[in-house]
Structure formats: structure tokens, C-alpha cells
Design a protein around this ligand. Structure first.
Ligand code: BGC
Length: 714
């Protein structure tokens, strides 16, 4: 297809429509004018909707083929629609929410999961996913923790690259979809963890912590970038020329599509940086935003802006060319349906292979926090109680795309599938309501307690309902509810063989139950195969290997993150030091923490040399030994601290990790190479470089390790 020729033939109105994204209902609205129906709210007519460039939110081969036909009938140049949707943790077969994938520390797994989602989505007729979401997050109150891979830039970057590879493959092959990394930039740093709230960040923090995962996606060839809702230092991202044009396009060389978030152009008015839609359009175009999602500033005012000389046709042409190029790359001009197939949907969606992968992903994402001899449970147990609001519930998690709760395996069903001869009983105990008081469910708790007393083992399934995290689902208090805490207390008082399984889309404050529950598992929102994965883990058919990708703080500590700066008055130095009067200073569980059914001994680190030159490298060695009785996988983590620099550096920064599989008694040497890149940071004057001096090196299976060795950069 000669794209330049096509572009030359397009009118300004057609170009602006190409740069607009709406939902299917608007396209199929038959009203001729902006009088009735969904179009009315947008003040546009059929003249515009018939030429629109991209759609969001449609799914399924049948619907999307219909929409493509509907559109192609009317589009004067027969430019196919591009279909986009939020495929965040699976299309129909759901794997754990991204925070869970983060806990696996397994990038190969993340890539496989995204490849599976892409396959299912292609059959469903989709071309683009609004994923990966790689916003770094430090505040557990933010509802969108569930969509991230956590608080660490290194882990986030590894996951970001893997996910882009999984969705897009080498070059958007037939079973791949284009990825859209989001939300650029620093959306997760919103004030108070409140979704959509303002972000104020110094350039150094922005670049060091928040930017790397987006940058890595760009380096990996991601096709689209979505700008975020928030203001960053006073400017909303879709109008932020510095962010989008200077950094993303010029500095990083991104030549793909920049799309706004939902209605974000229009929201410039409430941000107080534009008086009307015309100004929104001008600011967005000047910031090189290509596609306007779910508002209509471009189509309504683009032409006028052009006539008044406020924008140039070249600006429009650049944007439209980027959109046409992606359509061409996906092969849509040759085949506007591109893989959409009802037969393939039937063959692929929820097929055994995909369910198996979803189960393995849920197994690898689970984090064992505590185990006072309760786990693994005995498969030959006679009577087992599954109790709690999540006990008989397919906990698929938010952003479930085409997945359904009905297709998911609950804890109850999973346990029945494994403990085949056991008498498996169910009680609800409490609801998910975070404000529920024990008195309100006293009868249910009493019933659960009675059942627990009669059983040999109890699996208590509590935490957050799927819709308690996600977009705009901020929580001010992240504790386990009083009713759930009472349930744990009462059940554990009569049955010491109890494991508490916590379902959540963010870190929860666990102090109310941490000492009471003899065994505790973080299971996130595990997806379609959650119940089967849980049973495999609890009965010891597979081992735990997940690690926390975010700190689990006490209530009131958020934001709390391991890679913070030191202070002049560290915790533990008497009264006037870093502390809380009413809460411990350390979190309940640190980043990187997670147990296994076996134990590992990690030796003190040794260095290949105590000095490193700028063009040299140092190797850190540890011996890792499986000192328990079963096979296990340990995630060995490398942290560095720059002891003296021209600016204060984080107390620890993860610079590498390795997953090491060991049979009982087996021992392996793990080596990490440290090169200059791992020591670089942004100086006060904006340089990115390493400075000579002392560095501490820590190697452990959790971030709160104290022991270190030192070397010097000379
Ligand atoms: C969210 C995005 C999402 C978009 C389209 C917005 O509200 O912030 O993450 O991709 O909607 O569904």
C-alpha cells in the first residue's frame, strides 16, 4: 500500500477522524446528526463517525468483523479500523493480575502469558492491547497497584520488556498484537495514592525510578504509548510537550503512536490548562499526541486551528502517517479481519494449554509469608473446611476482558479436585466489605468457628473482592477488615491447622492477623485457574516461589518502599529519629520476601576484587544451598548502595536477581556481574554517570538484608 499516496488523497476532516478513537456504540449510531443517541454527547455527526480511525472496547470475532464491515462500507478510502482493548492479564483465559506476575519474578512466564493473551485476542479480532501498564508504585492505597509489577524499577523494566515481547513477538507476526505501554508518565506517583491526582516529581526521581520501565518498552519496539491522566509537575501528560516530544520522541527515538487516555484531552479543561476544546486540541497536537481517546477536540476544532495557522498540516500528516503505518504493519489493508475467527476462538479460548499456563502462573505468583508447621496439608485429610468470602468465588481480578467468574476455579473447587476423598465443607464467615464490623456477622463467624473446630484443617480465604482494587479504587485504609480479622481469630482459636489465603490487588496491612494466623499466603487475584493452583500449593504438589514485588506496610505507613533515601537520623537512633510513635518503623513484610517449603542458605557474598575501574567489572559470588527436604526455587537478589556520592543515594537498589532451582542438599554458586551501568545515576546537574568511591553490595533472598561487602570504584 502506498501510504503517502493515500495520505495525499485524504481531506483534513478525514485525517482528524483517523486521529480519533471512540467506542463501537457511537460508530453504529444510525442518527444522522448529533441529536440523539451516544453521538449527541460528543457533538459529532455520522460524517465523522464513518471515517473514524480506531475503536476501543469491542471484543469478539463476530462483533469486530461486523464493525469492520460496517465501517468499510462507508469509509471513502477503505481504511480499515484498528481495534484496541484492555487485555491486561489475559483475554478469555486469565492469568494473575500483573502484581501477581511481578511476584513470580519470572520474565519468561510473563512473556508466555502475554503471548497466550495475544493469541486469544487475535482470534477475537483485536489488534492492539492497552498493556503493559508499567507504572512504578510506592503507595499501596492506589487501586491500580494491581496493574503494575510493583515498586522496583529493575523488576518493572524486566517485566516491561518481557510483556512487550510476549504481545508483539519479533515483528507483529500473525498471532501477535501491538502493545501500548502506559501510562506515560509517573501515573503511579499520584498524591496520597488517589487515582487521577497530581504528581510532583523532581526530574532525577522521575528518570531514575519512574521512567526506566517505559524506556525499556520503547527500546523493545513497543508500537504505542499511552499518556497518563495526571499532571506531572503541573502539566497533564497529553499536553506535556517536554514529556512526549522532548523525552519520548526526540531523546528516546520513539516513532510510534501516542494515544491519550480516556477523555484526557477534554480533561485539560478541568485541569485548568485549557479554556475550551479548541485549546485542548492545540495543546495535544503540539505535544505530538496522535490519537484522541473518547473525546472529540481534534475532529471538532482541528480544521479551524489549521485555517487560523495555529497548527500545521504537517503535524496532522505526521500523526496520521504513524497510524496508517501501524495498520499496514498489521496487514489490515490486505486483510481487515486479521485473524478474527469464531472457530479459532472456540479452539483457543480456555483450551487446556492456556488453562495450564494460567495455573502455573498462579502457582508461581503465590507468596508464602508464614508457615508454622501447617503446610503442606495432607491430601488424605478427612475433613477440611474452606471458609471466607473468597472460598467459593472465582477470583479472576479486575480488567478481566472476556474472562468470567463462572469459568474460573474457586478455592473450594480446587481443593475438592485434589483432596478427592476428603469431606470438604464450606462456610462464608464474613463478606468482603472493608467496613464490616464483627457484630454484623457474628452468626456467620460462629458458624465458621463451629465448622473449623470439627475439621482437620482449614483454608481461610479472605482479603479484597476483585473490584476493591483497580482504576479509581483508592483505599484510605488498607487493613484487613475488622470482621475478617475476627473470623481469623475465632477460627484459629479452635483449629491450629489453619492457613489464611489472602486475595488482593494491592499490599494489605496485615498486622491484625499476622501473629494470629499460623500460615499465611498472598494469592493476589489469581485468574481462571486460581483454585487449582491454590490446591497444588497447599497440598505441596508444587512449591512456593513468589516474592513480594511491593512492600507490605502497616496501616498508615504508605507510601513505603525499600529503595528510599537514607536520612540524617535513621531509625533506631533514639528519640529524634525516623520513626512512628504508634507503629513500628519497619514494614510487616519487606520487598523481595517470600518463603518456600524448603529452606535455603545463602553464604556471605565475596567479590572478585575490592576495586573496579570504570571500564572494568566486578563479580559477586554467593553459594546457595537447599537445606531442606524438597526441591525448591530461590530468587537470589543483588542490591547495591552507593555510600558516598554527590547526591544522596537509595539505601538499597536491586541491580539483578536470579532464580535458582535446587534439589534437597544441592548447592550452586550464583554469580552477578557488576558493571559501570549498575552504578550510574542522575547527578544534580543532570548528568547520568557513576561516581568514584565506595559501594556496598548485598545478596539475599529479601530486601531487608543487613550484611554486605564493599568495593571501590577507582
Ligand atoms: C484507563 C486506561 C485504559 C483506558 C481504556 C482508562 O480509563 O486509565 O488504562 O486503557 O481507560 O479502557
Amino acid at each position: 500500500m502506498d501510504l503517502q499516496k493515500l495520505l495525499n488523497e485524504m481531506t483534513v476532516d478525514e485525517k482528524l477522524a483517523q486521529m480519533t478513537q471512540l467506542v463501537p456504540q457511537i460508530i453504529t449510531d444510525k442518527g444522522e446528526g448529533a441529536v440523539t443517541g451516544p453521538m449527541r454527547n460528543f457533538g459529532i455527526t455520522r460524517k465523522v463517525t464513518s471515517k473514524i480511525g480506531t475503536l476501543l472496547g469491542g471484543t469478539g470475532a463476530e462483533q469486530l468483523k461486523f464493525l469492520q464491515d460496517f465501517h468499510m462500507d462507508e469509509d471513502p478510502h477503505k481504511i480499515p479500523l484498528l481495534f484496541m482493548a484492555d487485555i491486561i492479564h489475559g483475554y478469555r483465559t486469565l492469568y494473575p493480575v500483573p502484581l501477581g506476575l511481578g511476584a513470580s519474578f519470572d520474565t519468561e512466564l510473563a512473556e508466555q502469558c502475554c503471548a497466550m493473551a495475544a493469541k486469544e485476542a487475535v482470534a477475537g479480532g483485536l489488534h492492539v492491547t492497552f498493556a503493559p501498564m508499567v507504572d512504578l508504585v510506592r503507595d499501596a492505597r492506589w487501586g491500580r497497584c494491581m496493574e503494575t509489577t510493583g515498586e522496583d524499577p529493575y523488576l518493572n523494566s524486566k517485566m516491561s520488556a518481557a510483556m512487550v515481547r510476549g504481545f508483539q513477538g519479533e515483528n507483529l507476526e500473525k498471532d501477535k498484537i501491538a502493545a501500548c505501554v502506559k501510562h506515560f508518565a509517573a501515573y503511579g506517583a499520584c498524591d496520597g495514592g488517589r487515582d487521577y491526582d497530581a504528581v510532583e516529581l523532581g526530574d532525577r526521581t522521575l528518570r531514575e525510578f519512574y521512567m526506566p520501565a517505559y524506556k525499556v518498552a520503547v527500546d523493545e519496539g513497543v508500537e504505542l504509548v499511552m499518556t497518563s491522566f495526571n499532571t506531572l509537575n503541573g502539566v497533564p501528560s497529553s499536553a506535556n510537550k517536554y514529556l512526549v516530544d522532548d523525552i519520548l520522541r526526540k531523546e528516546w527515538g520513539f516513532d510510534g503512536i501516542v494515544i491519550s487516555d480516556f477523555n484526557a484531552f477534554y480533561e485539560m479543561i478541568s485541569h485548568g490548562i485549557a479554556a475550551n476544546e479548541k485549546e485542548c486540541a492545540k495543546k495535544a497536537l503540539d505535544a505530538t499526541s496522535d490519537i484522541e481517546m473518547m473525546s472529540t477536540c481534534y475532529v471538532k476544532f482541528g480544521k479551524q486551528l489549521l485555517e487560523e495557522g495555529e497548527i500545521t498540516e504537517k503535524q496532522l500528516d505526521d500523526a496520521v502517517m504513524r497510524i496508517l503505518k501501524l495498520k499496514e504493519k498489521l496487514g489490515l489493508f490486505d486483510d481487515p479481519y486479521r485473524g478474527a475467527s469464531v472457530e479459532e476462538e472456540k479452539r483457543l479460548h480456555l483450551c487446556k494449554e492456556h488453562r495450564d499456563l494460567a495455573r502455573v502462573a498462579a502457582e508461581k505468583s503465590a507468596v508464602l509469608l508464614k508457615n508454622d508447621g501447617v503446610l503442606p496439608l495432607d491430601e488424605n485429610v478427612k475433613k477440611i473446611a474452606v471458609i471466607g468470602p473468597a472460598a467459593d468465588h472465582g477470583m479472576i481480578g479486575g480488567w478481566f476482558c472476556c474472562g468470567t467468574v463462572a469459568e474460573a476455579v474457586s478455592a473450594l473447587d480446587g481443593i475438592k479436585n485434589v483432596a478427592k476423598n476428603a469431606d470438604v465443607k464450606l462456610a462464608f464467615g464474613s463478606t468482603f466489605d472493608p467496613n464490616e464490623k464483627p457484630e454484623a456477622v457474628a452468626d456467620r463467624i460462629a458458624e465458621a468457628k463451629k465448622l473449623a473446630a470439627e475439621c482437620d484443617a482449614v483454608v481461610l480465604c479472605i482479603g479484597e473482592e476483585m473490584d476493591m482494587s483497580g482504576e479509581s479504587h483508592t483505599r484510605a485504609r488498607i487493613s484487613i477488615s475488622d470482621a475478617q480479622a475476627e473470623l481469623v481469630k475465632e477460627v484459629c482459636s479452635v483449629n491450629k491447622n489453619t492457613v489464611t489465603v489472602i486475595y488482593c490487588g494491592r499490599p494489605l496491612a496485615l498486622e491484625k492477623i499476622n501473629d494470629i494466623s499460623p500460615a499465611t499466603v498472598i494469592f493476589w487475584h489469581p485468574g481462571t485457574e486460581g483454585g487449582n493452583a491454590l490446591a497444588n500449593l497447599l497440598f505441596g504438589r508444587v512449591n512456593f516461589q513468589g516474592k513480594l514485588p511491593m512492600t507490605f506496610p502497616y496501616e498508615g505507613q504508605s507510601p513505603y518502599f525499600y529503595n528510599h533515601l537514607p536520612t540524617g537520623r535513621p531509625n533506631g537512633n533514639g528519640g529524634y529519629c525516623l520513626r512512628y510513635l504508634d507503629t513500628p518503623y519497619e514494614p510487616v513484610y519487606p520487598f523481595g520476601y517470600g518463603m518456600s517449603y524448603t529452606t535455603f542458605e545463602i553464604s556471605s557474598p565475596t567479590l572478585s576484587s575490592n576495586e573496579m575501574t570504570e571500564d572494568g567489572e566486578i563479580t559477586v559470588f554467593v553459594n546457595v544451598k537447599n537445606t531442606g527436604n524438597v526441591h525448591g526455587i530461590e530468587t537470589v537478589q543483588l542490591y547495591i548502595n552507593d555510600v558516598t556520592a554527590s547526591v544522596s543515594r537509595p539505601v538499597k537498589e536491586m541491580k539483578g536477581y536470579q532464580k535458582v532451582a535446587l534439589a534437597p542438599g544441592e548447592e550452586k554458586t550464583v554469580a552477578f556481574k557488576i558493571t559501570l551501568d549498575a552504578l550510574k545515576f542522575h547527578t544534580f546537574s543532570g548528568e547520568y554517570k557513576a561516581e568514584k568511591g565506595k559501594f556496598k553490595v548485598f545478596v539475599s533472598n529479601r530486601s531487608d538484608v543487613k550484611e554486605f561487602v564493599e568495593f571501590k570504584l577507582v
